[in-house]
Design a protein around this ligand. Structure first.
Ligand SMILES: [Zn+2]
Ligand SMILES: [Zn+2]
Ligand SMILES: [Zn+2]
Length: 464
C-alpha cells in the first residue's frame, strides 16, 4: 500500500486514520482517487477535500463512518448512497448488542478495506451483489449461535461468510496454534475467500486458463467432500512444503488456488508498502540480499516481484526477531509454488485494468479469447443509482450458512526454517502501548479505535 499524507499539514498518516494526529484535520479515504484526503468542514454534513486531485470537491462521510465509527471512506456529496462502496459489500453485520461485536465489526471492515485497496490496485473488478445480483460479491459477518450452531468461514458463489470470532485476537491465535498454522490473520481470510470468488470469475469458465490451472493445481472436479474427509483423516502429506504454500492448500485444488491467490496478494501488498516507503537493502557485502528496485508493483513483471521479494523477507524476519516477535513471513516458496504464483499473476494481469501499463499478460504463443478481457476489465461501480439499504444485522439466532469451508484440521507442525513453531508455543503478550517518537516522518500512531459499543442497544442506521 502506498503512503498517505495529511493535505493540511503533510504529516504521514495511515490508511485507517480518521484524524490527523498533528493538525486534527478530518481524514477520509476517497476511493475515486485511491487517496486518503484531509477535509475541512463545509457545513450541513459536507466536507471539502483538501487533496490537490479532488479540486475542492465536496464529500460526505459514509454512514458507517459518521455514525458507526467502523469506516473511514467518503462518498461524493451528490451521491444518493448512504454507505460507501466498501460498506455496501457487507450484507450482514454482527449483532451490536453483544459485547465486543462492534470492535470485531470494526476489525473486519478494516481488513476488508485493505483487501479492496489491493484488488483495486491490481485493476480487478469488484462488483457488489446489489449491482450484480448474479455474480456480485457480498460479505456476511456472523457469529456462532447460542444453540451451538457454528458459522463456517467460507465462500459460496460470491457470498463470503466470516465468523466474527476470527476478529478476536485471542480466539484466532488459539485456533492458529491448535491447527499448527504459522500464519492466520483476518486479512488473510479475506484474501483467501476472494480467491475462491475470483476463481469462479476468471478461471473456472475460461478454457484458456482452466487447463493450465489443472496442470499446476490439479483437477478441481474431484469431490470436495471426499477430499475434505481425507484431509481430516490423514492430514497434509509430510512433504507438502515441496509443492504447496500451506498444509491447507493440499486439501483440494480449489484451496490450493485460494491459498496461492492470498499469498500473491500478500506479496504484492507488502512489496508495495515497502516500495512506497523507499525501503532499500544495501548490505556491505553485495552477495547478501540486496534490494534497490522501486518499480511500482502494479507495473512489475512476476520475475521482478520475486527478485525483490526474497531479500525483503530476510530483512522482514530479521526485524521481527529483533522485536522479539515471530517471523512476519513464516513461509518458504518451493519452485512449484513459485510456478503457481506466476500463474495467479498472469490471470490477474490479464483481468486487471488494461488502461494502465503492465507487462504482456498473455503467455507466449497464446492469445486471449475475445470477450474475456472486456468481461473481466473495468473498475468498481461508484454505487447504484438508488440509495442502498443498510446491511442487515445478524442476531444470535441466525442460522449459519451452508458450511463452505471448514477450518483446517490439525497437522503436525512442520520443521520450517522459521521460528514460527517455537513462537507459536509461547503465550502472546498484551499489545505494548504505542509510543511514537515525535518525528516529521513518524506515522500518526495507531488507527483510530471505534467508540465503545453501546451495550444493550442496537444501532439505528440513518434512514436512507
Ligand atoms: Zn494534518
Ligand atoms: Zn463505509
Ligand atoms: Zn477456502
Amino acid at each position: 500500500m502506498k503512503t498517505f499524507h495529511c493535505n493540511h499539514c503533510s504529516h504521514l498518516v495511515f490508511y485507517e486514520n480518521v484524524r490527523c494526529e498533528r493538525c486534527e484535520s478530518l481524514l477520509g479515504y476517497v476511493p475515486e482517487l485511491a487517496e486518503i484526503s484531509a477535509f475541512e468542514d463545509a457545513g450541513e454534513g459536507h466536507w471539502r477535500s483538501l487533496h490537490p486531485a479532488a479540486d475542492g470537491a465536496l464529500f460526505r462521510q459514509c454512514h458507517n463512518y459518521a455514525v458507526e465509527n467502523v469506516c473511514n471512506w467518503m462518498i461524493p456529496a451528490d451521491s444518493p448512497d448512504a454507505l460507501c462502496r466498501a460498506c455496501q459489500l457487507t450484507r450482514t453485520i454482527p449483532n451490536l448488542s453483544a459485547p465486543d461485536n462492534r470492535l470485531y465489526w470494526y476489525r473486519l471492515e478494516m481488513a476488508k478495506r485493505r483487501l479492496l485497496y489491493t484488488l483495486a490496485e491490481l485493476g480487478l473488478d469488484v462488483k457488489s451483489r446489489q449491482t450484480d445480483p448474479e455474480y456480485g460479491l457480498a460479505f456476511e459477518f456472523l457469529e456462532d449461535g447460542g444453540d451451538g450452531a457454528h458459522v463456517m468461514t467460507g465462500h459460496d458463489n460470491g457470498l463470503i461468510t466470516l465468523n466474527i470470532a476470527e476478529a478476536d485476537d485471542a480466539h484466532r491465535e488459539e485456533v492458529r496454534t491448535a491447527m499448527g498454522e504459522p500464519y492466520r490473520t483476518l486479512l488473510g481470510h479475506f484474501r483467501h475467500e476472494t480467491g475462491h470468488y475470483y476463481f469462479s470469475q476468471l478461471v473456472e469458465n475460461n478454457p484458456r486458463w482452466l487447463e493450465p490451472y489443472r496442470k499446476l493445481f490439479g483437477d478441481e472436479s474431484v469431490d470436495y467432500g471426499e477430499a475434505l474427509n481425507a484431509y481430516y483423516r490423514d492430514g497434509a502429506p509430510a512433504d507438502w512444503q515441496s509443492s504447496f504454500i500451506s498444509a491447507y492448500a493440499t486439501m483440494h485444488p480449489w484451496e490450493d488456488w485460494a491459498e496461492t491467490w492470498a499469498h500473491y496478494m500478500l506479496i504484492v501488498d507488502v512489496l508495495d508498502t515497502s516500495t512506497s516507503y523507499g525501503v532499500a537493502l544495501l548490505p556491505d557485502d553485495p552477495s547478501e540480499p540486496t534490494l534497490t528496485d522501486r518499480t511500482p508493483v502494479e507495473d512489475a513483471s512476476f520475475e521482478n516481484l520475486m527478485k525483490r521479494w526474497f531479500p525483503l523477507t530476510y530483512a522482514l524476519n530479521s526485524l521481527n526477531r529483533s522485536l522479539g516477535m515471530a517471523d512476519g513471513y513464516p513461509f518458504t516458496l518451493a519452485a512449484p509454488v513459485v510456478d503457481k504464483l506466476r500463474f495467479v499473476h498472469r490471470v490477474i494481469a490479464e483481468a486487471g485494468d488494461k488502461s494502465r501499463p503492465r507487462e504482456a499478460a498473455t503467455p507466449a504463443g497464446e492469445t486471449a479469447p475475445p470477450g474475456h478481457a472486456a468481461q473481466a476489465a473495468g473498475v468498481a461501480q461508484a454505487g447504484s443509482p438508488a440509495p442502498l439499504p443498510p446491511p442487515a444485522q445478524a442476531t444470535a439466532n441466525d442460522a449459519p450458512v451452508t458450511p463452505a469451508e471448514p477450518p483446517a484440521p490439525p497437522v503436525a507442525a512442520q520443521a520450517a526454517p522459521s521460528s514460527a513453531d517455537v513462537a507459536a508455543a509461547q503465550p502472546q503478550p498484551p499489545a505494548p502501548p504505542v509510543v511514537a517518537p515525535a518525528s516529521a516522518t513518524e506515522p500518526a500512531g495507531a488507527p483510530a479505535k471505534p467508540t465503545p459499543p453501546a451495550t444493550g442497544t442496537a444501532p439505528v442506521p440513518q434512514s436512507q
